[in-house]
Write a protein that binds this ligand. Structure first.
Ligand code: FPP
Length: 260
């Protein structure tokens, strides 16, 4: 059950993730005048940080920050095609997030259920393939079932939304190394081949919002040669324009991968 301070739930007990007033993420097509940046990035990942601070600044419960964060997620997923991105990976729930109060964990899980339920038809219509990275099978059985249904129904999509759930990069690397060891030599290539992200394009750009400058156990292996972009904006305020700004900056970077 969610906390008394949590977001409103609909009649069916689902989190209501509809818009608040002053929404920086209006529903519908991309805003007029959004110039699509030529960036060359295939895969962007985001550490969506700052939901709690966003809510605190407004004297709202933390759950409202998370709920607003879903709207930011939705507007970026809608932009995948127009931006020419093959994959967007979002850090939604880390293996360390279990340390948070029970109420907050159930709020986040309720949001995940509501998001999948409400947005799955749009994923299918927009050719978006859902992917989950992390040990999601340890989540509540109804969520696992819902996710697996969504994975199957979006399997043919051409652009990937990868959601990191119960994800920790060290754990992922350890799992991959153990699997590699079962089948032969443990090398960079065999570990890579067993990571949860093995079927995704190489990570090009890693973004963290809210002004924090650390990776927090997210995509440590995959980030070896990714470009980084840290932005002060709190996640619920992050818009398509911020992503375009990051991609424009990425476009100007020289990537040498240790060469010269
Ligand atoms: C970090 O903000 C954010 C999270 C731990 C959860 C992110 C989840 C969402 C945006 C909603 C669900 C996602 C999807 C894909 C439907 P924080 O709470 O640590 O913020 P703070 O550092 O300001 O306290």
């Amino acid at each position: 059950m969610s906390s008394p301070l949590s977001f409103r739930e609909g009649a069916d007990g689902e989190a209501d993730v509809s818009s608040l007033s002053g929404n920086p993420h209006p529903p519908g097509p991309l805003p007029e005048g959004t110039g699509v940046v030529r960036h060359g990035a295939r895969h962007v990942a985001i550490i969506m940080d700052g939901n709690g601070r966003w809510a605190k600044r407004r004297r709202l419960p933390r759950a409202m920050g998370h709920r607003k964060g879903v709207e930011a997620v939705r507007s970026l997923v809608r932009a995948l095609g127009p931006l020419g991105l093959e994959c967007l990976t979002l850090y939604a729930f880390s293996s360390e997030n279990w340390k948070r109060p029970e109420d907050e964990i159930s709020d986040l899980m309720a949001l995940m259920r509501a998001f999948i339920r409400s947005d799955l038809p749009e994923f299918i219509a927009n050719d978006v393939k859902l992917k989950i990275v992390g040990d999601y099978k340890a989540l509540a059985p109804d969520i696992v079932e819902m996710l697996e249904d969504a994975l199957a129904r979006t399997a043919k999509g051409s652009r990937t939304l990868a959601v990191a759930l119960n994800y920790g990069s060290r754990q992922e690397i350890a799992r991959a190394a153990a699997k590699a060891a079962q089948t032969g030599p443990v090398t960079v290539d065999t570990i890579s081949a067993h990571l949860d992200t093995a079927d995704l394009p190489p990570l090009d750009l890693l973004i963290r919002t809210s002004g924090e400058v650390r990776l927090s156990n997210f995509l440590l292996w995959q980030a070896a040669y990714a470009e980084m972009w840290f932005i002060d904006v709190l996640w619920p305020d992050f818009t398509l324009a911020h992503l375009e700004e990051a991609l424009a900056n990425f476009a100007g970077r020289e990537r040498r991968y240790g060469g010269r």
